[in-house]
Each structure stands twice: as C-alpha cells, then as structure tokens.
Design a protein around this ligand. Sequence first.
Ligand code: GLN
Length: 262
Amino acid sequence: MKKKLVATVVATMMMIGTLAGCGSAATSETAGADNAGSAAKETLVVGTNAAFPPFEYVGDDGNPDGFDIALIKAIGEKIGMEVQVQDMEFDSLVSSIGNKIDVAIAGMTVTEERKNTVDFSDSYYSAVQAVIVPKGSSIATADDLKNAKIGVQLGTTGEFIADEIEGADVSAYNKAVDAVNDLNNGRVDCVIVDKNPASVFGAQFSDKVDVLEGSQFGFEQENYAIALPKGNTELADKINNALKELKSDGTYDELVSKYIGE
Ligand code: GLN
C-alpha cells in the first residue's frame, strides 16, 4: 500500500506538466459558471512550490496536487472561498504573501525568521530533516557532515541547517530533486531535505541512494503551517477553525492516508 503510493507519486513526478496558474493578486471576486446566480465567491489565491512530494507535485493533469493542495481545497470549501493555486519558487513564497498570493501552503516550517514577515496558521504536520546519501556512503553522524559537500533546496530549513555545519560546502538548488540528481552525479556528498520528500526520492532512486533519519544527526522536529498575511486575524481564525473541523470530521486523516500513507 505504502509502496504503491510512493510509486504513484514518483510516476506523477516524472510526467512533465505545465501549470494553469493564472490568479490575480490579492483576494478577488469571481463569479464562475459554478456559482452563477448565487453571490460571487471570493477567491483565495494560494502559493505553493509543486516540487515537494507528497505535499505538492504536478499531477497527471498538469495541475498541482498533493496533500497540501487537497488540504487547502478542503479548507476553501469550509470557509466558502474558491481556491486558486499558483506554483512558484519556494524561496519567493513568503515575500509574495499580500501581493501575488493571499496565503502559502508548501510544507512550510514555522520559523522565527519567517514570523517577522508572515503569520502562521496552527500547525498541520510535523516533520524533520533527513539526509540522502549515495549507497555505501560513510556519512552516519553529525560529525560526518562537517566539511561535506551538501545539496539543499534554496531558502528551506534544510539550507539553514546546512549553513550552520562547520566547513560544509553548501549547494542550493531551486528544486530538491535537482540536488538529488547532483548527488547521483557525484557533485555533492549528501542532500538534506524534509523526511517525506526524502522517502519519495529514496524510492525513486532506490538503486542509488539511502535515506538516513534526522535523529541520527540530532535534527529537531519542525512544524508545517500555512503562511498567512501578517495581522489578518479574521482569515487566520477562519482557516484555523476549518483545520479543526477537518481534523474532527475525519477528512484530515483521510488525506494523510491518501497522500502520505501514514
Ligand atoms: N519544510 C522546509 C521549509 O519550510 C521545506 C519546504 C519545501 O521545500 N517546500 O523550509
């Protein structure tokens, strides 16, 4: 079951798709065919980076799919807003809130630094960084990361951790999978990335790499949350209430087993 899920995600990722992201800037009114005759439904423009499976990836139809996308759509239904997903670089998400997008959902870890620019919803998932190494690598402890060539995704907590490692030569990529490709090419010694995408990449390249748990390296737990415009407590309350309802009505658990396989 879990294997099949990973295989589906991997197959999906390997398909090349384009996104139909168009989206207006901040919140806007739309009256589509669906709600013709009724009051116009407000649109929630949601930024993501569809290269972080199983939370977000490009689906078979070329549109973003994944746990986060399904979760924000379910939240949209609860709060009566039309969700429009916009795919962009992870590193631009925080600064785009309040201008190009209304909120962001992207497996984003709550950090003090990001809290200077945005607010966060209640956390909806906990994760930790993992380390992907080539099969046969001698990397096994925090000490082994010193002076290593480390691949990370630009602007992520994996990059922040790598930047603190003594003597590390850090290469940051726009997509985590590009870091994994360079691991396979021998350009980096390991890749630090969140545990769930690490397992997906581990399955995708199972003949070449191993995925090591973050606890081996002393990495701390991280909490994912939706990034929100600073000070918009009305929107934050609506989203947090919707999250609570989705947890109590079983939808959240269904999405976890559908997309994450836990
Ligand atoms: N959780 C990590 C972060 O917030 C990575 C997120 C991602 O790459 N989408 O920085």
